[in-house]
Design a protein around this ligand. Structure first.
Ligand SMILES: Cc1cc2nc3c(=O)[nH]c(=O)nc-3n(C[C@H](O)[C@H](O)[C@H](O)COP(=O)(O)O)c2cc1C
Length: 243
């Protein structure tokens, strides 16, 4: 990065590094902004003389400006956000997943509307989806397919304009979990931005967040609950992001 005899200090670079500083944040750091907020809080009382990052110039001047830039880009929006969670279940394992997702969103001050597709009115669910910022659709697997009345709802969703919304599939299964993949396929047939493990890795480098969210039988063990929470935290971060 530094040419022969070039200075390592931003104030001797010969140009304003602010644009590169912001670009690096957007490309690499933004997915990890939850931790940026924690660290900015941790250093708030320190008298900092220099920022010496592992990449790029060392910063000796305008330190507060650069820390403030990280703080403002890492902050959360104050706009109200809403997640709709719809599920179909035989023995409530998928319902348990739905409730873990719900609790996580509520902890992040995100409004949640939760629907059991077999107990609620379809029009009411579709209206709820129409005004959502993100939609989670879950099903357990019965004879290699979705359970309950989910298919009809998903077909209706494909006829709606759901542009700009985030979506994710989830479900409990016994051995292969075909229904979760079928839900994912239906969601991909809408114009929502459907979360996938592949996209998460490519856009953030994170490997602990998986979509669709697949849980064998009961989500009681720590590891399984963590997997569900990781997905909810990831979508919460996307919804609350200001950039
Ligand atoms: C009649 C029946 C059929 C099932 N078929 C499948 C299947 O084809 N593939 C699979 O992975 N699991 C299958 N399972 C397992 C369920 O998906 C699993 O028990 C799941 O945890 C149920 O979640 P739920 O309580 O949300 O319905 C089946 C279970 C039952 C009772």
């Amino acid at each position: 990065m530094f040419k022969n005899n070039a200075s390592i200090f931003a104030d001797e670079a010969g140009f304003d590094i602010t644009e590169d500083f912001i670009g690096y944040y957007q490309a690499i750091i933004h997915p990890h902004r939850r931790y940026v907020r924690t660290l900015i809080e941790a250093i708030s009382d320190l008298d900092i003389e220099m920022i010496a990052p592992s990449h790029g110039f060392a910063i000796r001047h305008d330190i507060a400006k650069f820390i403030d830039l990280y703080a403002s880009m890492s902050t959360e929006t104050k706009d109200d956000k809403k997640v709709v969670i719809v599920y179909a279940t035989l023995k409530n394992n998928t319902k348990k997943m739905a409730n873990i997702l719900k609790d996580c969103f509520v902890e992040n001050q995100i409004k949640v509307e939760l629907w059991d597709v077999d107990k609620a009115d379809e029009t009411e669910i579709l209206n709820s989806i129409a005004s959502a910022d993100a939609v989670f659709v879950g099903s357990s697997t019965k004879y290699a397919d979705m359970t309950g009345k989910l298919e009809d709802l998903l077909q209706q969703m494909q006829k709606m304009n759901l542009e700009g919304k985030l979506a994710a599939a989830f479900g409990s299964y016994g051995w292969s979990g075909e229904a979760i993949e079928v839900v994912q396929d239906y969601l991909n047939g809408t114009n929502m931005k459907v979360q996938s493990t592949s996209d998460v890795i490519k856009s953030t480098g994170m490997t602990h967040v998986e979509f669709p969210v697949r849980i064998r039988f009961y989500p009681t063990e720590d590891e399984k609950v963590k997997k569900i929470k990781n997905a909810a935290e990831f979508v919460s971060d996307l919804l609350l992001s200001v950039i």
